[in-house]
Write a protein that binds this ligand. Structure first.
Ligand code: TPP
Ligand code: MG
Length: 772
């Protein structure tokens, strides 16, 4: 991009001021002007916004290209809204309703805001890191011929300095270094304040070192032009300034010119005299507030100087609350100006009372033309981007054959078959795994489709003719992105790849695999992916205690409960290979359906005898959350309700108990999540006057109203025990409540009461009221 004309700098400075005003006013209006419906604090972060209005003005009105995507620091959300308000793509109503229902959201939200938000933010650190994975997805799409050079862009993250304490950021840049990631700008609002106080001085320059060692260029924007010149002219002053701790500097910013003068006199004596003579208190305060992140010339220069594809960290020094009465105060994070302070700011900014919302209020006639022209030129990303959906034909997915199979092995077979059959879906699948590709059975797929790297990577073992079942060469045509162990990265990778349809117009079908217990490691990133409506298939295997000797520490208990409480993610837990095939096919459809969602498959390494099917009726039930594997007699007094890998025990118990319990049913639950959702959805539909029974109500009403249910799953018993509440039937729940002991399957099932004996005992107990 060309160097901006000198007048543009002036216009950018005006826009910086406008953003500071509009963001502060939006928050003020929500807290002090709008009627309160509940008396609760509304909140907002005027100081966090003021900190980066110059950075965001320089970015949005100068530096961003039309394909660039930005993750905005959550607490600067009102600045983003103000930018779109100036661009004409945000309404005054939405700003007036800031933090209200349906209004501009507290933190930028892709799904809830009406302006284009490239990445949601809120949970600090995640919005930063996803930009790195989005850049990787961009490279992936380009390499596969789905994205033209002209449609490529840069990924920008606007970061609070306290965000740099989030470990997931470093997990991401380590991964990025391995993949030679590029086209990233991460811009730190280095105000040296967090939520609670000023930040620790000891990390000074340490962050730079960490980034540099991962191949990043670090650009420090410490001083604005005026302050840099003043400090260059007074070497002692520079040394003094640079010795100030974060807390001292912040306190001085807050105290202002008189305090600065007194401190300079006390610390430097005569050496400070020439400077103090040249400045009154106001201009002294202004001079020392001229940090890099507030100096438009410095920002524009820095952005213009980093237009290659080298990942770049900008450390832009700022003052939290710049230009506001609580600038620099350590308690200003959630600080709100009171009406008197706001009125003073309004006066100072030349905003007339009653004209607070006028976009260019206070901009003089001479400057207005330039500002308007700049806004006009910057109408980037005004419209929400069209999302690519229903773009790929999903073929029927056949179940692998074999009398005995584990769901994990069947998953590997299904992917292998898909790969061999070829076709568009297979080409659009991208798999990824945090160093458990082989142990989650993705190996055969990877042998077929190869690892993805922009630069080819030879398989040294293959070249050396060392026998190995696993090919491990990479090319830019590969379809598997191998990650290091960090599970946070897996979920951010899935989030980024799962947004490819929105971000780049080409839908990918991302499949990520990991061990079930380690979902917890990346849980916030998983939640973040779902919150943004990213679409993917998560395959978690092995799971439960059924992994046997693989290790007590790897046993998972609560992921089905996690899934039960996770919007945007549907849990399926198949027992048989044919169920799995149906679920995978359905999951692909859900990825490509505007009203769809992501799917989590909880699989097992236990090979079990497959059932013989006499018809296809099970299929719809399996996809809806459950079906009768053994139909109960009408009004039966009991049923066994089982999920997943423990189905053989349930079937054996059914055989054993059937002679004594006539009409005993066996319900195969494939998704407690879907059953529960259907149940509550039917309930709210009833409130709207629509009477229909949910799938789970239909299933359970085949039994007597007071029937007993023995529920069993290799998971927390609460995954299924709630079923008793649907009709009011009694439940004897079996499942895992403790973990950690390694052992063979029979030993573990006996110890944790997942075996046939436990089912029989539970059934006896639950049937007692009928029999006495
Ligand atoms: C994962 C997570 N933990 C905690 C918070 C609460 N929180 C919000 S902002 C913030 C720190 C603010 O400091 P900084 O990132 O430096 O932003 P600033 O407002 O100073 O620009 C914290 C702890 C959060 N949003 N996300
Ligand atoms: Mg900060």
């Amino acid at each position: 991009m060309l160097k901006p004309a000198a007048t543009d700098i002036e216009s950018l400075k005006i826009l910086d001021e406008r953003l500071r005003w509009l963001s502060a006013w939006t928050i003020h209006h929500a807290n002090h002007v709008r009627d309160s419906a509940d008396g609760l604090k509304v909140g907002g972060h005027q100081a966090s916004c003021a900190s980066m209005t110059a950075i965001m003005a320089a970015l949005y009105f100068h530096a961003l290209g039309e394909n660039d995507r930005v993750a905005v620091k959550p607490h600067a959300g009102p600045v983003l809204h103000a930018i779109h308000y100036l661009l004409g793509s945000q309404s005054r109503e939405a700003l007036e309703n800031f933090r209200g229902f349906g209004g501009a959201q507290s933190y930028p939200s892709r799904t809830k805001d009406c302006i284009p938000v490239d990445f949601s933010t809120g949970s600090v650190g995640l919005g930063v890191a996803i930009t790195l994975f989005a850049s990787l997805v961009q490279d992936y799409l380009t390499a596969h011929g789905w994205l033209d050079e002209k449609d490529r862009g840069r990924f920008v993250a606007l970061i609070g300095d306290a965000e740099l304490d989030e470990g997931n950021i470093y997990e991401a840049i380590i991964e990025g270094a391995k993949h030679d990631v590029r086209n990233l700008w991460w811009i730190v609002d280095y105000n040296r304040q967090s939520l609670d106080a000023t930040s620790a001085d000891r990390m000074f320059e340490r962050f730079d070192e960490i980034f540099r060692s991962c191949g990043w260029r670090v650009v420090e924007l410490r001083y604005g032009k005026r302050l840099a010149a003043a400090l260059a002219a007074h070497p002692k002053l520079k040394a003094w300034f640079e010795r100030l701790s974060n807390a001292e500097l912040s306190a001085l910013h807050y105290q202002g010119g008189a305090a600065l003068r007194a401190r300079l006199q006390a610390d430097l004596g005569k050496a400070a005299a020439p400077l103090l003579k040249d400045h009154d208190d106001t201009s002294l305060a202004a001079l020392f507030s001229d940090l890099g992140g507030h100096c438009m010339e410095s920002l524009v220069e820095a952005f213009d100087g980093a237009r290659d594809d080298v990942p770049t960290l900008f450390m832009a020094w700022t003052i939290k609350g710049y230009g506001l009465p609580f600038a620099g105060h350590k308690d200003n994070h959630a600080g709100l100006m009171n009406p008197t302070q706001m009125a003073a700011l309004r006066e100072a900014m030349g905003v007339r009372e009653g004209e607070e919302w006028a976009p260019l209020e206070g901009v003089g006639d001479n400057a207005r033309t330039g500002v308007e022209a700049l806004i006009e030129r910057s109408r980037i990303g005004r419209d929400k981007r069209a999302r690519a959906f229903a773009s790929v034909a999903i073929p029927a997915i056949a179940a692998p054959t074999g009398e005995e199979q584990s769901t994990q092995a069947a998953f590997g077979r299904i992917l292998l078959d898909l790969s061999k059959a070829g076709g568009e879906l297979a080409d659009r699948i991208v798999t990824t795994s945090p160093d458990v590709t082989v142990s989650t059975n993705l190996g055969a797929w990877v042998n077929q489709r190869g690892l993805f790297r922009r630069e080819p990577m030879a398989d040294v073992f293959a070249q050396e003719k060392i026998a190995s079942a696993q090919k491990w060469s990479a090319a830019n045509s590969g379809q598997h992105i191998e990650l290091g162990i960090a599970e946070n990265n897996l979920f951010l990778m899935l989030a980024a790849a799962g947004l490819a349809g929105d971000q780049f117009g080409t839908r990918l079908f991302p499949i990520g695999t990991l061990y079930d217990p380690f979902i917890a490691r990346g849980l916030d990133a998983l939640n973040y992916a779902c919150y943004q409506d990213a679409r993917f298939l998560l395959v978690a295997t092995p799971s439960g205690i059924t992994l046997g000797g693989e290790g007590g520490a790897h046993q998972s208990i609560n992921p089905p409960l996690i899934a039960l409480g996770q919007p945007g993610l549907r849990h399926y837990e198949p027992a048989f290979a044919d169920e799995l095939a149906a679920m995978i096919e359905h999951a692909f459809r859900l990825i490509d359906d505007p009203a769809g969602e992501s799917t989590y498959l909880r699989l097992s390494t236990r090979a079990i005898r497959q059932v013989e099917r006499t018809d296809e009726r099970w299929r719809d039930g399996a996809l809806a959350g459950g079906y009768w594997l053994r139909e109960p007699a009408p009004g039966a007094e009991a049923a066994i309700v089982a999920m997943g890998a423990v189905m053989p025990e349930a079937l054996a118990a059914w055989e054993e108990l059937s002679p004594d319990v006539p009409g005993l049913g066996l319900l195969a639950v494939t998704s407690p999540d879907l059953l529960h959702r259907g149940w509550t959805a039917a309930q709210s539909a009833r409130w709207d006057g629509e009477r229909r029974a949910s799938h789970v109500e239909q299933l359970l009403s085949a039994l007597a109203p007071a029937a007993g249910l023995v529920t069993i799953a290799d998971a927390a018993p609460a995954s299924l025990s709630w079923l008793g509440g649907v009709i009011g039937q009694r439940v004897a729940p079996l499942g895992i409540e403790k973990f950690g002991q390694t052992g063979s399957l029979p030993d573990l099932y006996a110890a944790y009461r997942l075996d046939g004996a436990a089912i029989t005992e539970a059934a006896a107990e639950i049937l007692l009221p009928f029999r006495t």
